[in-house]
Design a protein around this ligand. Sequence first.
Ligand code: GLN
Length: 346
Amino acid sequence: MNTFIFEKQMKIFLATLISVFFISGNVFAQKNLLTKENITTVVKEAYEKYKNVTDGKNADYIKELATVDPNIFGIALVTTDGQVYTMGDVESMVSIQSVSKVFTMAKVIEEQGYQALQDKIGVDATGEVFNSITAIERMKGKEINPLVNPGAIAATSLINGSDSASKWASILQVHSDFAGRELSLNMPVYISEAGDNLRNQAIAHLLLAYGRMYFDPVQATDIYTKQCAINVNAKDAGIMAATLANGGVNPVTKKVVVSPETVMYTLPVMSTAGLYDDSGIWFYHTGVPAKSGVGGCLIAVVPGQFGIAVISPPLDKAGNSVKGQLAIEYIVDQLNADPYLIQPSK
Ligand code: GLN
C-alpha cells in the first residue's frame, strides 16, 4: 500500500474513533443523570418539596370526586427498562378520568389507523375547556381531538365491537394491558357521573347531528363515563405512561400493547392538548407529552426514557393536578429530560 493511501486511511480511522468517542461522550452527558441514585433522589426531592402544598381544590362537578382524600400524593417513575421508582402514596386509587382518553385514542389508532382518527375525529387543539360546546359548534364537529370530551366520546364510539358490552370490554382490556394488571371500575364514581352527565350527552348528540358520532350517542357516552371511572393508583399510571415511553411495549410485563407507530401518533396529541387549555404552557415548560384527569392523575412521557405519574386530587382552574404539575416539572427539569434541551454538537 502506498504511504499516501495508508496515511489517508489512518486519518479516516482516527477521525472515526474521535467522533465515536465524542458522540458516546455526549450521549453519556445527557443520559448519566438517569442513574438509580439520581432518579431516587430526584423523585424523593419532588415529593418532599411539594407534599405540603395546599393549593387547588378537588373537582366537585362529579359529586363523588369531592369526597376523595385531597391528601393523597403519590409519584411513580418507571423507566423503559422496567425499573419502578415510587414515593408517597402509590396504593390509593382514584378514577383515571380524562387520562383514559389517551389509551382509547391509542386503541382507535391501532384498530383503524392514524388517518381514520384524523378524518373522523380530528387532532387539533381546541384552545378551549375540555367540555366546550362552542368548539364543536364553531368547527361543525370537525377539528376537535380525542383528548377533549367531544373527540373522546367519538373515539369511544369508534372502538371495534358490535355492542356496548364488547366495546367496554375492549377499552377496559387495553387500559389493563397498559397498566400490566387487571384494572376495575370505581362504581360510586361511575354512578355519580352517569346520573349527572347531561352535558356530555349533549356533546354526543351534537356530534351525531354533525355526522361525527359513530355509535348510539347515549351508549357511547355511557361507555365513556365508565372508562373515566377506571380506578388506578400512581404506580399503575406510571407503568401506563412508561408503556407509551417504550414504544407500546409494557416495560414491566413485556406485553406488546400497541405498535410504535400508534405511539408515534398518540404522543403529539398529548403534546398539543393533554392539559386542556393549559397545554401550551405545560409543553413550554417541560417539552413532554402529558395528560391530566379531573380525578387528580397526571401522566407524562419522556420518549424512550421513562414514564411518570402523579396522583394528587386538588386541581387548578384549568382542571389539572397542582402537585402533579409541580412534581413532574421538577423531575423532568432535574433529570435534564426535556427533549428540547439539545446539546449543541462540538
Ligand atoms: N369524566 C370527566 C368528564 O367527562 C372527565 C373530565 C376530565 O378528566 N377532564 O367531564
